[in-house]
Design a protein around this ligand. Structure first.
Ligand code: AMP
Length: 491
């Protein structure tokens, strides 16, 4: 794997009145674009009739005026921004997934990764189910529809399916008459809802999307909870609440979420600022100026400056019209993009000892390029601070962390001197993993997941599809069968 990828954003609107739900969803997805830039989709529900469109590209590109016009008016809609973490990148895997089943139809938008997807998929396939995608969201959709056949409502079906699905899932589901918002019992991924002055309810991955569509935040969906929006009002089902330890992803606060979002009552901006303050305590340096790498390094840089007493300076200008660095395919292209994306404000760093704060150093490619830019602009010293601890392990809950051999901290045996040498810095500091709890004001290790920083997995770890297929390949009875399995893996 050569690229790091990020996760997804989900959105939904429920209204009693017919209105332009497609445009509202468009604005919601636009506000959540930072969570996924590979593909997006919107499904509109007009009196039970589902109209939808989804494709590869940014919200702005996919949902042109004619496309939105075609989606038309309705009473409900759901939408999704995707950056694949399981399944391939093609259009087939774009969400929401729309399914027709024995008792009706349903659209599903999912953020997260489930860890028993392969087992469930195998079991379903052996029962005769046919999959159209390689994404775990289709497995979730099947598990719900399978239960739907035996139950009288979509929420009961979802409630039953939740006992069988393990891992990270924040879901927005639309049936002909309802919108359902649901979070897995660990609460790995965020999800919240609010209401607009016209009475419409809005569900979103982050509060910044509620703000964008003029909805007043009501509350977060609780880990394990299903919230049902229907003509009967808002209903909460809490059978799965409290059945697992609370494990919101700490990387949401450090990198993924937008700083203007509030997750579970805690400001993302403030969490990053505290991370910067802690870095100043853990890695004090004699310096003249603190600069943050835009966008997600800035909040922590402000925290570092505030705590250390070293002035904060605006070190970079970012070209706003470029996507996140990682969209660029191929290493060469990625390096060019750093230069196109960022330029140094020479006067801020020239002749100075600079503290350079970024949200994370993963493979070290980005920071190496940035240090080079800062040095070329005349900085005397460059001390790099990462407000995320060093990555040590893969994430199975929706964040694509590169394999160990590509992680710079692993490559350098977690030796800060070696890392500094490799990236061309005078010194390097990563936030201490043991102080992560402080950024959200929790007890140590309580209430959040930091498995990618080496603190252990809260669930079973999935067996990769590749390993399973290798078993099958080895057990194949004919050469033809073996080849079929091998070709399947190319998908
Ligand atoms: P690098 O050290 O070159 O791998 O890049 C690190 C930069 O990538 C960070 O400063 C973040 O802005 C960004 N980043 C960190 N984690 C991820 C991720 N899982 N997906 C996409 N981008 C990421």
């Amino acid at each position: 794997m050569s690229e790091l990828r990020e996760e997804c954003g989900v959105f939904g609107i429920y209204s009693q009145e017919t209105q332009d739900v497609a445009s509202t969803t468009y604005y919601g997805l636009f506000a959540l674009q930072h969570r996924g830039q590979e593909s997006c989709g919107i499904v509109v529900n007009d009196e039970g009739l589902f109209r939808y469109d989804k494709d590869g590209g940014l919200v702005n590109d996919v949902f042109t005026k004619p496309v939105l016009k075609k989606l038309g008016m309705g009473q409900m809609a759901i939408g999704h921004d995707r950056y694949s973490t399981t399944g391939n990148n093609d259009r087939d895997n774009a969400q929401p997934i729309v399914v027709k089943h024995h008792k009706g139809k349903m659209a599903v938008a999912h953020n997260g990764n489930i860890v028993n997807s392969f087992e469930l998929r195998t079991q379903l396939e052996l029962e005769g189910c046919i999959f159209h995608t390689t994404s775990d969201t289709e497995v979730i959709a099947y598990m719900i529809t399978k239960e739907r056949i035996k139950t009288h409502s979509i929420e009961k079906a979802l409630n039953n399916a939740m006992s069988k699905i393990e891992g990270a899932y924040s879901l927005v589901i639309m049936s002909p008459q309802k919108i359902l918002a649901c979070r897995d019992p660990y609460g790995f991924r965020p999800l919240c809802y609010g209401q607009r002055s016209d009475g419409a309810y809005v569900v979103a991955s982050e509060t910044c999307a509620l703000d964008a569509v003029g909805a007043e935040y009501i509350r977060d969906v609780e880990p394990g909870e299903i919230v049902v929006f229907s003509k009967n009002g808002v209903k909460s089902i809490k059978d799965h609440c409290g059945t697992k330890p609370h494990k919101i992803c700490i990387f949401e606060y450090l990198y993924f979420a937008r700083p203007d979002s509030i997750i579970e009552g805690k400001s993302v901006h403030r969490a990053r600022e505290i991370a910067g303050e802690l870095l100043a305590e853990q890695f004090p340096v004699d310096a003249d100026i603190v600069v943050g790498v835009p966008d997600s390094g800035i909040d922590a840089a402000i925290g570092y400056a505030h705590k250390s007493g070293i002035p904060y300076g605006m070190g970079f200008i970012k070209n706003k019209y470029i996507g996140r660095t990682f969209i660029a395919p191929g290493q060469k292209n990625r390096e060019d993009k750093v230069r196109i994306k960022l330029n140094v404000i020479k006067g801020t760093v020239e002749g100075k000892r600079v503290v350079l704060v970024d949200d994370s150093i993963v493979r070290g490619t980005t920071i190496t390029r940035i240090i080079d830019l800062v040095r070329k602009a005349g900085a005397k010293e460059v001390h790099v601070m990462s407000s995320a601890p060093a990555f040590t392990d893969a994430c199975y809950y929706g964040v694509d962390v590169d394999t160990k051999e590509h992680l710079i901290a692993c490559q350098c045996d977690y030796d800060m001197k070696k890392i500094a040498e490799k990236v061309g810095a005078d010194s390097v500091g990563y936030l201490d993993v043991n102080s992560l709890n402080e950024i959200i004001g929790n007890e140590p290790g309580e209430g959040f997941c930091s498995a990618c920083f080496g603190t252990g997995y809260p669930t079973q770890v999935p067996t990769g599809q590749k390993d399973r297929f290798e078993e099958k390949i080895n057990g194949a009875e004919t050469e033809d069968e073996e080849e079929d399995y091998e070709l399947y893996l190319r998908d």
